[in-house]
Design a protein around this ligand. Structure first.
Ligand code: MN
Length: 197
């Protein structure tokens, strides 16, 4: 088993006008593919070759001698997760169990919107904004570059990619507008619910 590039769970134009087909073409077909290809080069012939991306990332996180492997393997995992966090006609207030957890743990949907957007806006440089479950409770967090809660024993529920390659073709420097569009129109709450433990 090696890392693989999953197909997008929708057509390339399914998220328009919020994320263009051209962005998905580059983001999935070039950026994500490069992380998968490079990750496979790093793990080839090592003890990690037959392991899942999440397990590899958890084992080598923080090991400076394996930073290249970590960056590519974690990015491969993060992107596979990110695609599933979106759908056509998604976004808006959540339903199901996660709606109740957002109410009890985060103080309600408006608080979630504020904190999640703020995490994405204030992640300096490249990285990710997350809704996670830690010790049973929901939390908002952000990670830099390739880092992922999955490598730290924290359960990821939802992520948005705030690397410039995720939004620059459609929004240029307007990261807050991209985040707002993601929250209002793209979040796949069914997927988020399915990740609750
Ligand atoms: Mn990306």
């Amino acid at each position: 088993m090696a890392l693989s590039l999953p197909d997008l769970p929708y057509s390339k134009d399914a998220l328009e006008p919020f994320i263009s087909a051209r962005t998905l073409e580059f983001h999935h077909g070039k950026h994500h593919k490069a992380y998968v290809d490079n990750g496979n080069k790093f793990i080839a012939g090592t003890e990690f070759e037959s392991q899942a991306a999440e397990a590899i990332a958890a084992k080598i996180v923080g090991d400076a001698s394996k930073a290249g492997m970590f960056n590519n393997v974690a990015q491969a995992w993060n992107h596979s997760f990110f695609w599933k966090c979106m759908k056509s006609k998604g976004g808006g207030a959540p339903t199901g169990a996660v709606a109740q957890k957002i109410e009890s743990d985060l103080g309600g949907y408006q608080k979630f919107v504020e904190e999640f957007k703020n995490a994405g806006v204030t992640q300096f440089g490249s990285g990710w904004a997350w809704l996670v479950q830690k010790d049973g409770k929901l939390q908002i967090m952000k990670t830099a570059n390739a880092d992922t809660p999955a490598a730290h024993g924290i359960t990821p529920l939802l992520v948005v990619d705030v690397w410039e390659h995720a939004y620059y073709l459609d929004y240029q420097n307007r990261r807050p507008d991209f985040l707002q569009a993601f929250i209002d129109n793209l979040i796949n709450w069914d997927f988020v619910n399915s990740n609750l433990k």
